[in-house]
Ligand binder design. Structure first.
Ligand SMILES: C[S@@+](CC[C@H](N)C(=O)[O-])C[C@H]1O[C@@H](n2cnc3c(N)ncnc32)[C@H](O)[C@@H]1O
Length: 342
């Protein structure tokens, strides 16, 4: 068969494309119903699966068939369904689980902002504040506890997976204090403190986030006596002294917020301090990257963007930081090693 015969014709491809929301909704439904968690290692009949997740068998079959077309689950000749590599990633107990990321990317608020993408492209601004009349993180932490929970779990699971890579990459010999700015619930700080028993750490994030910090960092936790938890807004102030500041996956919002956060790091840090900025970078070339969709979502919710190596470097230089090495942390993340000049 030739490639031309394999690829569906353009009208069919475009028809499928405009139903992208159906794919996202199907993945969300499977994640919310816990289908991947209920499906055992051996194939299961739809009836057994429906009983396990408390749905109608006929409609569950339709959901599973829609997902199987995308490679999430596979239908067997006898009509039973089995796992695929992708469906396993929807399990909560998978070590590389994307369950909360899948839920996060399809939370109810996303369905209210996607239809306004043309407006955001026209204005270059977020549309979230037009729809919800509040900044995104304010809304999340003050008005949408379920979405905030999903967001924090999504960040925590992806951070748990990358925290060890960050700890392995950074040379922290001789460093006595590290601060993670916008550090979420503290997985990176916890990994660093576990690896370096003499070191102290600070975790700064919004109040609603740090109040649920990683159990290791909270009172009675194994690292509690070496960590300071600072609830705050890094655009307002960073009242933290440290040898090394980590800023991971937060400089993806609007430029003014990036400028204010970096200015506050500079104000807090002594000359010679290290600032390690860790981000998913998109390419400068026209090749497709998986982060493209997230780039658009960041435009919609915070008026932000995924950075290229150049755009990130420009912002760090504009903040007066001296950029040293830029190294991959893993397949997704890059670390910019910067220094605060004298
Ligand atoms: C994409 S998450 C990254 C979290 C963490 N650094 C990581 O890599 O897993 C962005 C973080 O920035 C925090 N954040 C948002 N606005 C903030 C602000 N104004 N001040 C401090 N933290 C903020 C969020 O609460 C969230 O934890």
């Amino acid at each position: 068969m030739t490639t031309a015969e394999q690829a569906p014709p353009p009208p069919m491809r475009l028809r499928e494309l405009v139903f992208g929301a159906a794919c996202a909704a199907a993945v969300r439904a499977a994640a919310r119903l816990g289908v991947a968690d209920a499906l055992e290692e051996t194939p299961m009949s739809v009836e057994d699966l429906a009983a396990a997740v408390k749905t109608q068998p006929q409609t569950l079959r339709r959901l599973l068939r829609a997902l199987s077309c995308q490679g999430v689950f596979v239908e067997q000749p006898d009509g039973a369904f089995a796992h695929t590599e992708m469906s396993r990633l929807l399990r909560e107990d998978d070590p590389h689980s994307l369950r909360y990321i899948a839920l996060w990317c399809t939370e109810p608020w996303t369905w209210n902002v996607w239809p306004k993408l043309d407006e955001a492209v026209r204005s270059g601004r977020n549309v979230f504040e037009d729809v919800y009349e509040r900044e995104f993180f304010e809304y999340l932490n003050e008005e949408a506890p379920e979405s905030a929970y999903v967001f924090n779990r999504a960040m925590t699971t992806s951070s748990e997976q990358s925290a060890r890579d960050v700890a392995a990459l950074l040379d922290l010999g001789g460093v006595s204090s590290v601060a993670d700015i916008g550090g979420g619930q503290g997985q990176v700080v916890a990994s660093l403190l576990e690896k370096h028993p003499g070191m102290h750490g600070t975790l700064l994030d919004l109040p609603g986030v740090v109040e649920n910090a990683d159990a290791r960092l909270r009172e009675g936790g194994s690292l509690a006596d070496r960590v300071r938890i600072v609830p705050g807004d890094c655009r307002e102030d960073i009242p933290v002294q440290a040898d090394v500041y980590i800023i991971k996956n937060i400089l993806e919002w609007d430029d003014d917020s990036t400028r204010r956060a970096l200015a506050n790091v500079r104000k807090a840090a002594r000359p010679g301090a290290r600032v390690v900025v860790i981000e998913n970078l998109v390419d400068d070339t026209p090749s497709m990257k998986f982060t493209t969709s997230m780039d658009l979502l960041l435009l919609l919710n915070v008026g932000g963007a995924k950075h290229t190596r150049r755009s990130m470097a420009d912002r760090l230089t504009a903040a007066g930081l001296v950029i040293g090495e830029v190294r991959p942390v893993n397949a997704y993340l890059h670390a910019f090693e910067c220094t605060v000049p004298a």
